[in-house]
Design a protein around this ligand. Structure first.
Ligand SMILES: Nc1ncnc2c1ncn2[C@@H]1O[C@H](COP(=O)(O)OP(=O)(O)OP(=O)(O)O)[C@@H](O)[C@H]1O
Ligand SMILES: [Mg+2]
Length: 334
């Protein structure tokens, strides 16, 4: 990535519990998203993906708190923004699709009205202009017969259509960054592919960057330029998607890729293999590498690992110093 990234997160720490005995759920995450880049944030349930995204929007609800770190957007300090700056930031510059679509779509209002409200409050549009634009937005995200669909209530739409409405809402003000938290979970594979294609189209048309959260490598592989793998509140590896496929270095990344759901011809998913054991609890205070208890390559020195990302190539970083999969340098064949 050249120049300053659009989004730069550094040393992000999110805590719950009392301040004198905090429970950290995000433990020093570093992550960058370049302008127009699609980055995948992947990891098992509870690894801190949603909290990382919500931190960017400053939407960690008390008693949860951002305890340390920095978040910079186009060089501006998001954590230092005033209430007004934050409102503008959320209204114009960063949009988010939340993990549970029902928590952000109000069930008692027609979807068109909800978009109209967003356009009026975020972009200051008048009623007629907002109504016209809402239909255009629904059309723009591939909703057929948008005039009629605008009159539907959320429960009258299919999961895929609801997700398109969410995307229309989150991108109405043409933000430079979209945070998409599991935008395709619970959708069938065909609908999932359509939603991913829509995100790619928005990136191509507008140069919009996307941070897409998933626990499915199949999803990430379809759309992402780069991947950050999360485990136990840490980013453990980051690299371009091609590098991850060819040369993932962290044993957790390898294990996650091996557990990728296979697609059957019937469109059903089967899990090929899981990762033995389970992710750490927040209350567990692990010394050294947080993945070591489940890692087939763990050795005694892993209890001294700091979890800091170290470069193994200019665009590839890993938190595993053991590097069991590192390619040995080609011998000087004579
Ligand atoms: N309000 C809260 N109070 C206490 N703990 C919380 C709270 N919100 C999240 N956590 C904990 O923080 C950890 C990370 O949560 P987060 O929602 O970021 O995980 P995730 O990676 O998005 O998981 P999933 O794939 O299930 O969505 C989890 O262990 C979760 O239980
Ligand atoms: Mg989540």
């Amino acid at each position: 990535m050249s120049g300053e990234p659009l989004l730069a997160i550094d040393g992000l720490r999110v805590e719950f519990g009392p301040t004198d005995a905090p429970l950290a759920a995000v433990k020093g995450v570093g992550l960058e998203v370049g302008a127009g880049e699609i980055v995948g944030l992947i990891g098992e349930s509870g690894s801190g993906k949603s909290l990382t995204c919500r931190s960017v929007m400053r939407l960690i609800h008390p008693p949860g708190r951002i305890a340390a770190g920095s978040i910079s957007f186009e060089g501006r300090d998001v954590l230092a923004m005033s209430a007004k700056e934050l409102r503008d930031f959320r209204a114009h510059e960063a949009g988010m699709i939340y993990q549970d679509p029902f928590s952000s779509l109000n069930p008692v209002f027609r979807v068109g009205e909800q978009i109209v409200e967003t356009l009026r409050s975020n972009l200051g549009m008048g009623k007629d202009e907002a109504r016209k634009h809402a239909v255009e937005l629904l059309d723009g995200v591939g909703i057929p017969d948008p005039e009629r669909r605008a009159l539907s209530y959320p429960h009258e739409l299919s999961g895929g259509m609801r997700q398109r409405v969410m995307i229309a809402l989150a991108t109405a003000s043409r933000p430079r960054l979209l945070l998409a938290d599991e935008p395709t979970t619970a959708l069938d594979v065909t609908t999932q592919a359509q939603i991913l294609a829509l995100l790619q189209r928005l990136r191509a048309e507008r140069g919009m960057a996307v941070l897409i959260v998933s626990h499915d490598f199949g999803v990430i592989a379809q759309v992402c330029d780069r991947v950050a793998v999360m485990y136990g509140g840490h980013v453990v590896e980051t690299a371009p998607i091609g590098t991850i496929y060819e040369q993932a270095e962290h044993p957790y990344t390898r294990a996650l890729m091996e557990s990728v759901p296979e697609l059957e011809s019937a469109g059903k998913r089967v899990r090929r293999s899981g990762i033995p054991g389970s992710p750490p609890e927040l209350t567990e205070n692990l010394e050294g590498c947080v993945f070591a208890p489940r890692c087939a390559y763990a050795r005694p020195s892993c209890k001294d690992v700091s979890m800091a990302l170290e470069p193994v190539a200019p665009d590839h970083q890993t938190a595993c110093p053991v590097r069991p999969f590192a390619r040995t340098t080609a011998g000087a064949a004579s």
